[in-house]
Design a binder for this molecule. Sequence first.
Ligand SMILES: [Zn+2]
Length: 264
Amino acid sequence: MKRRLQAILPAVLAAVLLIAGAGGLARLAEPREAAEAEPEEANPRMFDDTGHVPIGEKAAHAETLDGPAGSRSVTGTEDIALTFDDGPNPAWTAEVLDILAYYGVRATFCVIGSNAAEHPDLVKRMADEGHTLCNHSWDHDFELGWRPPERIREDLERTNEAIRAAAGEDTPIEYFRQPGGRWTETVVAAAEDLGMDSLHWTVEASDWSSGTGSGAIRDAVVQKAVPGSIVLLHDGGGDQSATVEALGPVLDGLWERERSLAAF
Ligand SMILES: [Zn+2]
């Protein structure tokens, strides 16, 4: 009898251990599976609510770098402003907005009026997600600055109406950007009459050219942007796939350099 028990005991013990072990494994596996099922992980390079990371530099040139014809080419603070021109465009704008949201960064969108009228949902999304809206003329008129003042005013008003029809009547539009940066004092004055500051830039990455790859765009922005810079990029006007591809690496690079970002 005793001998029989001794023979059985190890077998019983082994069975108990096996069951307990299996239960333990199952318990361990549960949370791991849950974590893997989590759809999105937090971005380790998330900028804070206002797009800031701690910085050590001040904008050395904020007061000295005026733009052409009385326009502005720096933010006047330590913040860098990313600006996106020539949208909204259904091919690129939503992706740009997604990436900015992932990094917690707000930017400025200089929209073309006729594009805003065509894609109001994208303009509304810009406003809803806290980005700044900027008037970039009704149909990207390079010569706008040389037209009669009343014609300029009509163009800018029509564009603001399209932006507000899309994003809401109370949407602030504090900035105007002349297509091609072809500023004249007439166009700056017309914008000012409508309550808009004229917004030039200090850093551009030639992302409007199809020959510029995403690596070159990234390098240009990350290397040239200093506190106070206004950076010109595009979410419309051509094939902007390189801009979309570069945007994450640009934000990684600026984060690593402890740059601070804000919508202008
Ligand atoms: Zn443009």
